[in-house]
Every structure is written in C-alpha cells, then in structure tokens.
Design a protein around this ligand. Structure first.
Ligand code: CA
Length: 384
C-alpha cells in the first residue's frame, strides 16, 4: 500500500459566546484534521491538538511543507519508521509544540489506515482492550463575559450531574482567593461523592499552588492539573506529597524524550499525554510503557473534535492500569463539555455517554466515520 496524498484540513469557526481560561479568551474552536489517502482507496483520519489560543495553521504548515513530501509513496504500515524519520527531520526546528502536534495527527491517520485495511479497531492492533468502556469526567467551567462565575459554576455542575457525570474538572488559575472560594462552592453544590479535579493551566508558582492545595484539603480534590508551567519541574517536585491530592500534568510535554525526565524523576502522580499532541499512537504507547515501568498513573489529556476523541478512546482502551489488580485505579476519559460548533457532528454523533459511561468504538481504525460535509462547511483554504 502506498500513500498518495496527505491533506491538512484547517477548521476554525468562531464561538458565538467566547469563554476564558487562566491564559486568555477562547474566541474560536480550532482543529487541524489530517486526511491520508492511499492507492488502495483507503483513507485515514487523524487530528493534531489545537490549544484554545493555538492557530491551527502552524501544525497544518508542518504537514503541508515538511511531512507530506516525506510521506508520499511510502507504506502506511511502516508507521514507526515514518514516525522516527519525521521526528529526526524536524528536530532542528521541532521537538516540542506544533511540530509534534503535526506528527501526532499524521501518526493517528496512519494507524487509522492500517486499522481500516485490516478491518480492526486500533486498540486491537496495540495489543487489545484492558477495558471496553471508560468513566468520563466533564471538562468545562470556563468563565463567561458578564456572568457571575460562582452562580454559573454551580449551574454548570448541576447540568453535568443531571447528564450522568460523576466527575468534573474545574478551571482555576484566576487568583488564589477566588479559586479557593470557587472550589468550596462547587464542592458544596455537588456533595461529597462527586469527584472534583482542578486545572490551573500553568497560572501559578509553587508557593501559590501550595496555598491552594493546603487550604482546599477539606474539599477533597482528586487531582490538581498544571498548577505550574512545565519549565518548572522542580516546582512540581515541591508540590507532590503535600496533601492527598494527586499532582497531574502532561498536555504541554511532548514525546518520549521529554516524558522520560518527568517519569524517571517522579515529578508527577498522574501523567497526561495528549494523543493528538505528544506523538500519536506510536509515541504514546511508548510513553505508557515508561509510565508502567515507573508504576505511575496515566490519564490522557483530550481536547479537540470527535476525531481526536475517537482516537483517544482507542488509546485509553489499551492503557494498563498502574498497577493491574482486581480493583485497579482506572484511567478516566477527559470528556470536553465546553462550547464547540462541530465536535459531535464531525463523527455523526457516534460517541456518547450512557449511564455515566462511554463505550470504546469497536469499528475499524479510530472506530468512527468522518462527516465530510462538516469539513467542507468549516474548512479554511490556507494553502492556495
Ligand atoms: Ca488542561
């Protein structure tokens, strides 16, 4: 089988109501969807992560100008060889960020081609399913212009609970005092049995993060995500073991060589590689193996369209709990509930939560079909 085309689709529609996290206002929802076409008529789909403030054109340019010329006429089954060649060729101007995001989108699309050609879901190709369903947690709780965040937060929590969620992740990083007040307000609203996580998106130093951890002990936070910037690995060390709250990070860590430092030095309780950002299936499988070797939990970061969500479910199916036991601490699905114009429509609404559980798609490849009408409707022509 040969690759005959690699198409980076840039989708970037504006939001009718922008929302804020600790680093700024998200005005549009962007996706960079990778389509790989083969000479056998099989098409594979992947996605590169676009953070809230990340222009999708950057990863698309990596694919268009750098990766595509390397991939034409190559065999998708050589996926690991291709990964290492893409990484090696982009090293002088890559290693992190959009370069690895781009490689991730390509890698997911290559695995999708392989799965579709063998008529198997990707988790079967990775070694099988440790689980066929996963508990999701609701990501949301962004700030809205002109609305009281405490009232909105309580209303939003009730909305997630009424849908069946048993776990929610709050956006914090808006100031220590404000965050502490917010965390206790939501805990009071949801009661003691709902799992609460918090995510500061790198807004603090270790002193401020320590104060939040200690003052929120009674609120029983399951994990604190990205309290600090990823450059401050020593700060992360300082925060571990202060309270029973787990310390988590990973959406801004790229590839096995970066993860090696975080895993081998024990900086984190929970690793959060994003399949669409940290290197796709080929690389994240290796990161998961390193996590297992250091007996560290892995809960992937997921924030994108339905393509990335479906691919992430394939990965989650194959993550070994650390450690395996009769009643292990299972990975969770980060299930983004924030505003998005096409997340579900792009995959014909093929993924949903039922009784608080999301099933792993069992169809070939990433397990869902892509709605080309949605791509057409939102696609920006950036390489004319
Ligand atoms: Ca996050």
């Amino acid at each position: 089988m040969k690759i005959v085309d690699v198409i980076p689709h840039v989708l970037s529609p504006p939001l009718s109501e922008p929302f804020a996290f600790s680093q700024g206002w998200v005005e549009k929802r962007s996706s960079m969807i990778v389509e790989i076409v083969t000479d056998e008529g099989i098409t594979g789909w992947g996605e590169s992560l676009c953070h809230g403030l990340q222009p999708p054109e950057i990863a698309a340019s990596f694919v268009q100008f750098c990766l595509k010329p390397m991939l034409i006429s190559r065999d998708p089954f050589d996926v690991e060889v291709l990964w290492e060649e893409m990484y090696n060729q982009t090293r002088p101007f890559g290693q992190h960020g959009a370069a690895i995001n781009a490689i991730s989108g390509v890698d997911i699309a290559l695995w999708d081609v392989i799965g579709r050609s063998l008529n198997k879901p990707i988790h079967k190709l990775l070694g099988g399913a440790f689980r066929t369903e996963v508990q999701p947690y609701a990501t949301g709780f962004y700030r809205l212009q002109g609305k009281d965040h405490l009232q909105e937060g309580v209303k939003e929590a009730q909305r997630h609970l009424s849908k069946g969620f048993k776990a929610v992740k709050l956006k914090v990083g808006f100031g220590v005092k404000s965050d502490i007040e917010y965390i206790y307000a939501i805990r009071e609203a949801v009661g003691p049995d709902i799992m609460i996580m918090i995510d500061a998106n790198c807004a603090y130093n270790s002193a401020a993060a320590r104060r939040i951890l200690l003052e929120c002990e009674r609120a029983k936070i399951h994990f604190f995500e990205e309290p600090l910037a990823p450059e401050d690995i020593e700060g992360y060390h300082n925060l571990r073991n202060l309270t029973s709250t787990y310390i988590a990070s990973g959406e801004n860590i790229f590839g096995k060589t970066s993860y090696r430092h975080w895993i081998s030095t024990g900086a984190l309780d929970i690793l959060q590689p994003d399949l669409m950002s940290a290197g796709g299936f080929t690389e994240c499988k290796k990161i998961a193996a390193m996590a297992q070797a250091w007996n560290t939990m892995l809960i992937p970061h997921v924030w994108g369209s339905g393509v990335g969500l479906a691919a992430s479910l394939q990965f989650i199916s194959n993550i070994l709990p650390a450690p395996l036991s009769m009643n292990p601490q299972e990975p969770l699905l980060e299930y983004d509930q924030s505003a998005h114009p096409f997340r579900e429509e792009l995959i014909y609404g093929a993924i949903s939560m039922d009784n608080g559980i999301v099933k792993i798609p069992q169809k070939p490849g990433i397990g869902v079909e892509v709605n080309r009408d949605v791509i057409k409707a939102y696609r920006k022509d950036v390489f004319k």
